[in-house]
Design a protein around this ligand. Structure first.
Ligand SMILES: C[S@@+](CC[C@H](N)C(=O)[O-])C[C@H]1O[C@@H](n2cnc3c(N)ncnc32)[C@H](O)[C@@H]1O
Length: 273
C-alpha cells in the first residue's frame, strides 16, 4: 500500500483533524480540483478507514437495497468482449463482483487507496479470484494501455482532481477501451433527458436522511454528511460528460437511475496519438 501511494504527491498531505471541515472538499469550478489535495486525500482515506466495517451494510440500508441493482446496471453497460477490468476506488469490491456476475471480463483488478476497505473486501465471501491492488487512482501502478475497461462506483466524486483522474484512467486504458462511472452528481434543475437529477423532494430527503442514518446506525455523522455534501460540490452529469470529451473520451452515454438519484456514464477512450 505505502509503496503505491507514496509515489503520488497527493498522499503527502500533513495529517489534519477529523472530522474535516466540508470546506476542504470544495472544488474550483474552473479546474474541478479541490483546493488542498493533500488534506482532501488524507480526510477521505481516514473517513473510509473509519467506516469500512459498516460500509457495505450502510449502502444496502441507505439505498433500500438499490445499490446492488445500480452496480448490476453499470456492469451491464460494459462491452461483452472486455478481458481485463479495473475496478477503481473499489472499496470492498462490489462493482468488480457485479462485473463478474454480469459475465463482463475475465480478469478483475480491484484498486483502492484505503487499506481497511481492501482488507474488508478480501475477507468477504464471493471475492476470491479478484486481484486486490493498493493504489491511488491519481497515480496508478499500471502500465500504459494495460486494461480493457475501467469501472468506478461512487469513487470519481472522491478524487481530489477529477480531470487528472480521468486522464490517468485513460493512460491505463487501451485505445478504444471503456470507462463506466456510477455516481451521484450535482443536480442541474435546467437539465433535460438522462442528464436530469432527482426531484427536489427526493434530494432533500436524501440530504436529511443519510446523515441521520449515518449518525444513528453507522455512528459517524460526519462521514455520512460527506455523501450529499460531496455530490453538491461535484459536477452535474452534463458537465461530467463534457469533461470526459475534453479528457480524450468519445461515445459518452448518460443514463439516469431511479428518478435521477444516481447516474451511470459510459465512454470509450479515443485513439491515442
Ligand atoms: C464510496 S466508496 C465506493 C466503493 C465501491 N466502489 C462501491 O461501489 O461501493 C469510495 C472509495 O473510493 C476510495 N478512494 C477515494 N479516493 C481514492 C483515490 N484517489 N484512489 C483510490 N481510491 C480512492 C475510497 O477509499 C473508498 O473506498
Amino acid at each position: 500500500m505505502d509503496g503505491a501511494v507514496a509515489c503520488c504527491p497527493l498522499a503527502v498531505g500533513a495529517p489534519r483533524g477529523y472530522p474535516p471541515a466540508m470546506g476542504i472538499h470544495d472544488r474550483d469550478p474552473s479546474t474541478w480540483r479541490v483546493r488542498d489535495p493533500g488534506a482532501h486525500a488524507h480526510a477521505v482515506r481516514a473517513m473510509f478507514a473509519r467506516i469500512s466495517g459498516v460500509y457495505d451494510g450502510m449502502n444496502r440500508l441507505l439505498s433500500f437495497g438499490l445499490d446492488g441493482r445500480w452496480r448490476a446496471i453499470a456492469a451491464g453497460r460494459l462491452d461483452r468482449d472486455v478481458e481485463t477490468v479495473l475496478d477503481l476506488c473499489a472499496g470492498t469490491g462490489d462493482l468488480a463482483r457485479a462485473c463478474r456476475a454480469a459475465g463482463r471480463g475475465r480478469v478483475w483488478l480491484a484498486a483502492d487507496f484505503t487499506p481497511e476497505m481492501l482488507q474488508r473486501g478480501r475477507r468477504r465471501r464471493g471475492t476470491d479470484g479478484l486481484h486486490w491492488l493498493a493504489a491511488d487512482g491519481l497515480c496508478l501502478p499500471l502500465r500504459d494501455d494495460s486494461v480493457d475497461a475501467v469501472v468506478v462506483g461512487f469513487g470519481v466524486r472522491n478524487l481530489a482532481d477529477v480531470r487528472a483522474g480521468l486522464r490517468e484512467i485513460r493512460r491505463v486504458l487501451r485505445a478504444g477501451g471503456q470507462l463506466v462511472v456510477l455516481d451521484f452528481f450535482r443536480d442541474d434543475p435546467a437539465a433535460a433527458g438522462d442528464a436530469r437529477g432527482a426531484p427536489a423532494a427526493v434530494r432533500t430527503l436524501v440530504a436529511r436522511l443519510v446523515p441521520l442514518a449515518g449518525r444513528l446506525v453507522g455512528r459517524d455523522h460526519a462521514a455520512y454528511s460527506y455523501l450529499p455534501g460531496s455530490a453538491s460540490r461535484f459536477l452535474t452529469p452534463a458537465e461530467f460528460a463534457a469533461l470526459l470529451q475534453e479528457c480524450g473520451y468519445d461515445d459518452v452515454v448518460l443514463a439516469r437511475l431511479t428518478c435521477g438519484v444516481a447516474h451511470v456514464v459510459s465512454a470509450h477512450s479515443r485513439q491515442k496519438m
